[in-house]
Write a protein that binds this ligand. Structure first.
Ligand code: HAM
Length: 431
């Protein structure tokens, strides 16, 4: 049997209900903050990612799904969305519109990483990107938006980590100091031995325990920020304080992508183990120019949807539909039921039936499994009398509370759909 590719999984019902719920909450919050959706291709030219994410990053050096197309052009399945959104903004001249340009997008990303808990080769992100303003207010607005989504989703304990990576001038000075510090250190991993000359910032992001130990006394970027960058970061913190946002300044937070300038942040959640970052982001003021566009300050974040769902409660976004199951006994009754089910759907009531001629008991079990609130029973007798039996299921009977539990009723075919609609509406208002 053919199986899915390692690190790529099927997301199955009923779990998909939780996924949809997360997406719909995120959409609502994006709308609240004035963001609009952009949908993008999953494939881009390889150069887009190698130029923006950085040749020395793990993502570009080791993790991209890159292949030549039939013409020999090198294409890559997107490992992230930031570069693609910016490509689309520049290509479609969206940056020309007045004010802050606010976009969001959701969908799968691809990274050839070693699969483990919370790490997949096809994973899903909810991305937010804003362009056109370097003001620290926008940084804080973006962080507040992220926290707003996470709180609406009832994410439990989380920590917000922030840092400033400065502007290119700060980074040049810091990289020189860090390079100097690393030059005589022994025991760096092979990657870091190379990176200490090519891009020492990447050493800070190395996962090797030994490299991390070496870094304990390394210089920190905070001490290399120019007055403008220091003031920008101070204002970000002041505004976060204003909204009583709890955060931790992490002087070694650099993130796994090279494009960041100034504010960088991550949200880590309790209960995720080693892969505990549920979201990450920051400013990338230099990227538009790097890609041949104008000077365009930008900031954004991505939520890792797979990881987020791992820590959200199981019973969120449960299927609230009121289902009516039509249990039919005998061929004639099944034929009548087939029409009834479609009549229900035309009135926006979810109707279901069985086509297999099961026993009444088996059909009742099926109705229960489908979470039906009412079962309409149709047999020879009902066809003869022209009235069906309508039986409220456990859920409705239980809602009776102090009142007497709802009982089975006989309802004429004519007006049956209206009767069910009325019942379901009054159940909803009694909740
Ligand atoms: P990132 O930190 O590479 O940032 O990814 C963001 C989030 O995606 C991570 O915090 C994690 O939750 C999730 N994620 C990453 N890799 C995997 C994986 N292999 N399996 C499961 N989840 C994963 C970015 O991608 C930037 N583009 C974020 C950004 C947007 N910066 C500015 N704008």
């Amino acid at each position: 049997m053919i199986k899915a590719i390692r690190g790529m999984r099927d997301i199955l019902p009923p779990d998909t209900v939780r996924w949809q719920w997360v997406e719909s909450v995120a959409r609502e919050v994006f709308d609240l903050y004035g963001y609009r959706e952009i949908r993008l291709p999953l494939l881009e030219r390889t150069e887009l990612f190698s130029r923006s994410i950085g040749e020395e990053t793990d993502i570009v050096a080791k993790e991209m799904y890159t292949f030549p197309d039939r013409k020999g052009d090198s294409l890559t399945l997107r490992p992230e969305a930031t570069a693609s959104v910016l490509r689309a903004v520049l290509e479609n001249r969206l940056e020309k519109d007045a004010g802050v340009k606010k976009l969001y997008t959701m969908g799968p990303m691809f990274r050839y990483e070693r699969p483990q808990k919370g790490r997949f080769r096809q994973f899903y992100q909810i991305n937010c990107e804003a362009y056109g303003v370097d003001a620290p207010e926008l940084d804080v607005e973006v962080i507040l938006l992220l926290l707003h989504i996470l709180k609406r989703l009832l994410l439990g304990e989380m920590r917000l980590l922030i840092n400033s990576l400065g502007c290119p001038e700060c980074q040049v000075k810091f990289k020189a100091a860090l390079g100097l510090f690393l030059i005589n250190r022994e025991g760096l991993c092979d990657d870091c031995l190379r990176r200490r000359t090519t891009n020492p910032l990447r050493v800070l992001d190395c996962k090797s325990v030994h490299c991390q130990e070496i870094l304990h006394n390394a210089p920190v970027i905070k001490d290399y920020l120019c007055p403008d960058c220091a003031a920008h970061f101070a204002r970000v913190q002041e505004l976060l304080d204003r909204f009583n946002v709890a955060y931790e300044v992490q002087p070694r937070l650099v993130r796994g992508l090279d494009y960041y300038t100034r504010t960088a942040f991550e949200v880590v959640a309790l209960g995720l183990g080693a892969q505990d970052a549920v979201a990450g982001g920051g400013r990338y003021n230099g990227l538009a120019k790097e890609l041949g566009g104008p000077d365009l300050p930008a900031i954004g974040f991505a939520i890792g949807q797979d990881r987020l769902l791992e820590v959200l409660p199981q019973d969120l976004g449960a299927d609230q539909q009121n289902r009516v199951f039509v249990a039919a006994l005998g061929e004639l009754a099944r034929d009548r039921a087939f029409t009834l089910v479609e009549e229900l759907r035309r009135k926006n009531l979810a109707g279901e039936m069985d086509f297999d001629g099961r026993s009444l008991k088996a059909q009742m079990t099926l109705a229960d499994r489908l979470n039906a609130t009412y079962v309409v029973i149709l047999g020879d007798k009902e066809l003869e009398t022209g009235a069906a039996q309508v039986r409220p299921m456990r859920k409705i009977a239980a809602q009776g509370g102090g009142r007497s539990p709802a009982e089975q009723e006989q309802v004429p075919f004519e007006g049956l759909v209206e009767y069910l609609l009325k019942k379901i509406n009054s159940d909803a208002s009694n909740l």
